[in-house]
Ligand binder design. Structure first.
Ligand code: GLC
Ligand code: MN
Ligand code: MN
Length: 412
């Protein structure tokens, strides 16, 4: 094999991604409510055991590249773009006006803002720590994020309380911590009501995002279901302003079925925002891009969301792998993630209108018409043959996923 010199590698990547085909035009991509996080594109590949592999990228560059790809919405943590010491100071307003210019020049909208309440040393004991000054600082940060959101025209605020937990048992009283966490959210909602009024805008949709492990050893709100219980606990002053931002992988991480978790959120009327990515069950938060690990499950998730008219954002909360270069982030990682999403979304439409799946599903719902519905043997017998359709539907889903429903066969 001949080595590929450094100065020919980008051209090779560009030629092969072109050869892959199947890319959608930026205008087509913009028709979907796809949002691109600042932190995802700017991720440099660092982790506990990993040094960075990529160079820093400015928000101007991220916004410009998203526009070129056809990602119409951008979102950010406060401190992705504003240094902690500049928050709510002159530096913040200068940066916000640079962001607004970049968004305007590239025809992007800011969809969501989120508070970083996990990285800075001040959060060592979480934003709902015992010390009242930490909680006052947290409330101030959340109020400021709401103000930033209105300034940038966002519709959503997301909260990932990843540091709400402990390493050593018995060090905290969980009920106190949860009450204090609710106080922080209440401060954000109260501020929102005021600030929205001043701007003549509707209030933001405040969305909680659960993750079962990391960065704490034990986490107090580890799943979307725990979040739903928390929203309904009576601790929130404005539960109607608070919903969910489930992340696909975060549900998989605890061993759950993401589609079932989403169904429960849908039933509660709280599925407002959705972080799309992929990964493995019962492993850490690898944030792989959508469809690279579980395309069949993803197809099923999108069938559920299409059937129930989910109309919120699909947020590309994945991390380009460390092996991908700065060039690759925008040449391969983001466009292919968007295109797999669009393909799976359209395929979900194929599933919904597939005559075989439809006939099978209708037949299952009609049942066999047992003569005596109070007789177990007769009910079982009446449905015995119909139930084979479950496996048939599973087969059909795979056929649709791989294109075999269009008659693709192999002559072996
Ligand atoms: C962090 C988390 C991510 C979450 C985001 C929003 O970056 O890793 O999953 O969506 O914060 O708060
Ligand atoms: Mn996320
Ligand atoms: Mn994640």
């Amino acid at each position: 094999m001949k080595p590929v010199p450094e100065n020919r590698q980008q051209a090779l990547v560009d030629r092969l991604i072109e050869a892959c085909g199947g890319a959608y035009a930026p205008e087509t991509r913009r028709k979907y409510y796809i949002t691109g996080p600042q932190w995802a594109a700017a991720y440099e590949g660092q982790a506990l055991f990993h040094a960075p592999t990529r160079k820093p990228v400015s928000f101007e560059e991220v916004i410009r590249q998203y526009a070129k790809i056809g990602i119409g919405h951008w979102c950010t943590h406060d401190t992705d773009v504003i240094p902690t010491e500049q928050l709510d100071k002159d530096g913040q307003s200068q940066i916000l006006s640079r962001i607004k210019t970049a968004l305007r020049e590239n025809g992007l909208e800011c969809s969501m803002v989120t508070a970083e309440t996990f990285f800075n040393a001040v959060w060592a004991a979480s934003p709902a720590a015992e010390a009242p000054e930490v909680r006052e600082y947290a409330a101030w940060r959340l109020r400021n994020v709401v103000a930033i959101g209105h300034e940038l025209g966002a519709k959503f605020a997301v909260y990932w309380p990843g540091s709400l937990g402990y390493y050593t048992q018995g060090a905290i009283d969980e009920t106190d911590t949860l009450r204090w966490y609710a106080d922080g959210l209440n401060a954000a909602c109260e501020a929102d009501i005021e600030i929205a009024k001043q701007h003549g805008r509707p209030t933001l949709k405040h969305c909680l995002e659960a993750k079962p492990f990391e960065p704490q050893a034990e986490i107090l709100l580890p799943t979307s279901d725990a979040m739903l219980a928390f929203i309904g606990s009576g601790l929130l002053a404005h539960p109607e302003m608070v919903g969910l931002n489930p992340e696909y992988l975060h549900e998989l991480m605890w061993g759950g079925a993401p589609r079932a978790a989403l169904a429960r959120a849908l039933l509660a009327g709280k599925l407002w925002h959705f972080d799309i990515n992929d990964g493995y069950r019962l492993k850490h938060d690898v944030d792989i891009a959508i469809g690279l690990v579980n395309p069949l499950d993803w197809l099923n998730v999108l069938v559920l969301l299409r059937s129930h008219n989910y109309s919120g954002p699909f947020n590309l909360d994945f991390k380009p792998p460390r092996t991908t270069s700065n060039h690759g982030v925008f040449a391969v990682s983001f466009p292919t993630a968007v295109d797999r999403f669009i393909t799976l979304w359209e395929m979900a439409g194929d599933v919904i209108s597939d005559p075989i799946i439809k006939e099978a599903t209708d037949a299952l719902k009609a049942g066999g018409g047992a003569a005596d519905p109070h007789d177990a043997a007769s009910v079982t017998a009446a449905n015995r043959e119909l139930l084979t359709l479950h496996e048939l539907i599973g087969h059909r889903m795979v056929q649709i996923l791989i294109g075999a429903h269009r008659g693709r066969t192999y002559s072996a």
